[in-house]
Design a binder for this molecule. Structure first.
Ligand code: PLP
Length: 360
């Protein structure tokens, strides 16, 4: 038998989440961000569920190629743009659009002999300091792009927030202010908002919103889960209980003996580990759902197995289904126990996990 570990992707939740994002977008168009294989949910699968999206945002040309091969007709924006001159021809071939965040990219466009106009999204670094032109250089970059015959004159304008998940932080309005000031008087579609900004910064919605996480039902707002904002988890990660062992008081559980039984007790063993994408950093106390209750993880997460404290789940039986995250157990809660965010967990599912889908 193969391993019991599975990730079920809920297509209904993906669709509902897109509709909810549209509602919160207040008339803005939606660029559904599907990088990293749709945040680990499966690129083609999520694209199918997001058929009502106005565009897709991907991390690389190869993702655009997969979407076109899957029959996606919407606009597709490669969020980091062309990486080398040969990418321009590939963008044309696949009808992709390119972010332009660096002068080298404009140099490649200027040197390209293909006269077909490429659609571009000019990216401003308004304060995150990752990708984008500095405010002092952005207008010049815009003018250069406008002067190129092989750049579509309808240049879209883009920036990305660093801290929009903190709803009372001054950085987001400051970044939006830099964006507005830099591009004042320039025509063009504007896009600023990632998921957290859609939730917390209504003024930043502009022409296009670019949600990723929320479409999968995941929030990065501290202490809040997607459901708090009307979104549904789109992945249920589950496995089964493969052993229940009675362990004596004082005995240690697992590698490095990090946890000791405070009394004689039942320890459950679940067929999941970091080899499947369950985070090794998950601390003792991380909730695991079995027999209708949340019980705490105890001891170290190993490659194939985890151990759980069954004292509060007397009804648990070998063979029972165990939920690691999903509907009743938001991935954001597991992430908090593992010192990360939900995105990293769903992105980290490994190849041996069986992917299933349902209409829920
Ligand atoms: C990843 C990404 C997004 C989506 O961010 P979420 O927090 O998942 O909504 C939007 N824009 C850009 C440029 C991104 O890289």
């Amino acid at each position: 038998m193969s391993r019991a570990t599975s990730a079920t992707i809920h297509l209904g939740a993906l669709r509902d989440n897109l509709a909810r994002a549209r509602e919160l977008g207040g008339g803005a168009r939606i660029m559904a961000v599907v990088k990293a294989d749709g945040y680990g949910h499966g690129l083609e699968r999520v694209a199918r569920a997001f058929a009502a999206a106005d565009a897709f945002g991907v991390a690389c040309i190869a993702d655009g190629q997969r979407l076109r091969a899957a029959g996606v007709r919407q606009r597709i924006v490669v969020l980091s743009g062309i990486d080398e001159p040969a990418d321009i021809a590939e963008m044309h071939r696949l009808d992709l659009e390119s972010a332009v965040h660096h002068a080298a990219q404009i140099d490649w466009l200027a040197a390209d002999r293909d006269r077909r106009p490429l659609r571009v999204w000019l990216k401003l670094d308004s304060g995150m300091h990752r990708l984008g032109f500095a405010p002092s250089h952005a207008r010049k970059a815009y003018e250069r792009l406008r002067s190129l015959p092989n750049v579509d004159p309808a240049i879209a304008l883009m920036t990305h927030f660093a801290n929009s998940d903190v709803f009372d932080d001054a950085q987001t309005p400051a970044q939006a202010g830099v964006f507005d000031a830099t591009f004042a008087g320039i025509d063009g579609e504007r896009t600023l908002a990632n998921s957290a900004a859609v939730l917390g910064w209504r003024d930043a919605r502009a022409d296009w919103i670019r949600p990723g996480g929320l479409l999968y039902g995941i929030s990065v707002v501290a202490g809040r889960v997607g459901a708090d904002f009307g979104f549904r988890p789109a992945m249920t990660f589950a496995s089964k209980l493969v052993a229940i062992n009675r362990i004596a008081k004082g005995e240690a559980i697992g590698y490095a003996a990090t946890w000791r039984c405070p009394e004689d007790m039942d320890i459950g063993v679940v067929q999941v580990g970091y080899g499947d994408g369950y985070p090794r950093s998950a601390a003792a106390g991380t909730p695991v759902r079995v027999a209708g209750v949340d019980v705490p993880l105890v001891g170290r997460v190993s490659m194939d197995l985890i151990t759980i404290d069954l004292r509060t789940a007397p009804g648990a039986r070998v063979g029972d289904r165990v939920v690691l995250w999903g509907d009743a157990l938001p991935v954001e809660r597991i992430a908090a126990h593992a010192g990360t965010i939900g995105y990293e967990l769903t992105c980290g599912m490994t190849r041996r996990v069986r992917f299933l889908e349902d209409e829920r």
